[in-house]
Design a protein around this ligand. Structure first.
Ligand code: ASP
Length: 438
């Protein structure tokens, strides 16, 4: 069994965090591969090393001396090294880097990649694992995509044997130049390492104990989601917060390797497992995996006698939105009426021009806009083929006096989505959570 572990910036922020990382890694002999981020913030007003490195590069671009920022960066690493009494020569590398930087011989990508590089050097020494540079195995194509075959092959070769630490966030172009992923890209490196070795799990260690069933700013102490599929995750992130970037997960998703989100500060918590499919439903009482939503939608409602009999009318209505480059979110409809649900911000770019076009092209009997609408989505693969869930949802909302403005459910039954007034948004989420969280 082999586990690939990735530790994010908050797990690498200072010597105390390094100690936790060491304990986690060495407590399980399967944790043979460690991917790390650059040091993150130690407290909220602190700086991330990666941000400081970007700043440093900007200084040199404008011919401003960056020694102050550079010293802030190096002192963070020296402090960790000295506190942990590690025997790693950083001074030599720092001096060489600074000299090349002053001579404008370091690209932005190379400079910012040093955050991960020095983290990996130090934690490798601390764990007694082998340091493998990302330039030895993460290979980009000329168009900036990852050359997966070459990358996987190279990693299998260099990661052979005992424990290995490798920096996240960057790799090499065919000409040998360092290239970084987009921000947060160490997650991708971890996923590539896991895919290359067909790991049994990809553990992504961060500072939260997995994904939560609802927004903690709305629901007090929401439960963690123990298991979630990628499809559910898409639904959950669509209408609410972005949980994981899709690029991040494609290598493990392709190979069906479970991704486990874990908390470095609470290592005994099992976190959340994300996977394509779960064979058994771990907890069959859990019909709803998560509840999410977003405020500030508008419903553009039109009615027209004979609408449902007129072939092509819906297309003509939608083409007005297309012409104005407004993305249509939901289209609940009746026989002779249809509602187009859009984000209010988008509508406001061209509200009156759009309405005038709808009026002219469609000639509706009525055309009304309702603003201040919030969308709430209850997401859960276990809702499929199980009667009574929507009944329970709407009964709970009714009992709490929450009026529902529209309802849609996808036929795959992965979600039930409904619109309420903005002012009822928090309450709707709380009512659902309290009815379904076990
Ligand atoms: N250090 C990089 C960033 O802050 C990459 C990462 O941490 O994943 O974006």
């Amino acid at each position: 069994m082999l586990k690939v572990t990735k530790f994010g910036g908050s797990s690498m922020a200072d010597a105390g965090q390094y100690r936790k990382v060491k304990e986690i890694v060495l407590s399980d002999p399967a944790r043979k591969v460690v991917v790390v981020s650059a040091a993150g913030k130690r407290y909220s007003a602190d700086h991330k090393i990666t941000d400081l490195l970007y700043l440093c590069h900007a200084h040199t671009q404008y011919g401003v001396d960056c020694s102050g920022v550079f010293n802030m960066i190096t002192s963070r690493y020296l402090e960790v090294r000295d506190k942990l009494k590690l025997n790693v020569d950083l001074e030599g590398e720092f001096a060489e880097l600074k000299a090349r930087l002053d001579a404008k011989k370091v690209s932005q990508d190379e400079l910012v990649s040093r955050g991960e590089y020095f983290s990996a050097k130090l934690i490798a020494a601390f764990l007694g694992y082998k340091f493998v540079d990302a330039t030895e195995w993460v290979k980009f194509n000329l168009d900036g995509s990852v050359d997966k075959r070459a990358t996987y092959e190279a990693f299998r070769r260099v990661a052979k044997g005992s424990g290995v630490v490798t920096p996240g966030f960057y790799g090499v172009m065919p000409n040998g130049a360092i290239k970084t992923f987009s921000r947060g890209g160490s997650d991708i490196t971890g996923a590539l390492a896991a895919a290359a070795l067909n790991a049994s799990v990809y553990e992504n260690w961060t500072d939260v104990s997995g994904l939560l069933m609802a927004d903690p700013r709305i629901v007090e102490n929401p439960q963690t989601i123990p298991e979630v599929t990628y499809d559910e995750l898409r639904e959950l992130s669509y209408s609410g917060a972005q949980v994981l970037h899709e690029d991040t997960i494609f290598p493990v998703r392709e190979k069906n390797i479970p991704l486990n989100i874990r908390n470095t500060n609470e290592p005994d918590h099992p976190g959340t497992i994300i996977q394509e499919k779960f064979l058994t439903s771990g907890d069959s009482e859990r019909f709803i995996t998560g509840i999410t939503g977003k405020k500030n939608f508008s419903i553009v409602h039109l009615s027209k006698r004979g609408l449902s009999n007129e072939v092509g009318l819906l297309r003509r209505i939608l083409s007005v939105y297309e012409r104005h480059q407004i993305s249509v979110v939901y289209v609940p409809n009746g026989i002779d009426n249809v509602s187009i649900v859009v984000e209010t911000d988008e509508l406001d770019r061209c509200r009156y021009a759009l309405l005038a076009d709808v009026q002219q092209d469609i000639r509706p009997d009525t055309l009304t806009v309702f603003d201040e609408i919030a969308v709430v989505a209850a997401v859960g693969r276990q809702m499929a083929n199980r009667p009574g869930i929507s009944g329970k949802i709407f009964a709970a909302l009714g009992k709490s006096d929450i009026n529902i403005r529209f309802i849609t459910q996808s036929p795959d039954e992965l979600n039930i989505i409904f619109g309420v007034e903005n002012k009822n948004f928090n309450k709707a989420i709380q009512v659902l959570y309290n009815s379904f969280a076990k």
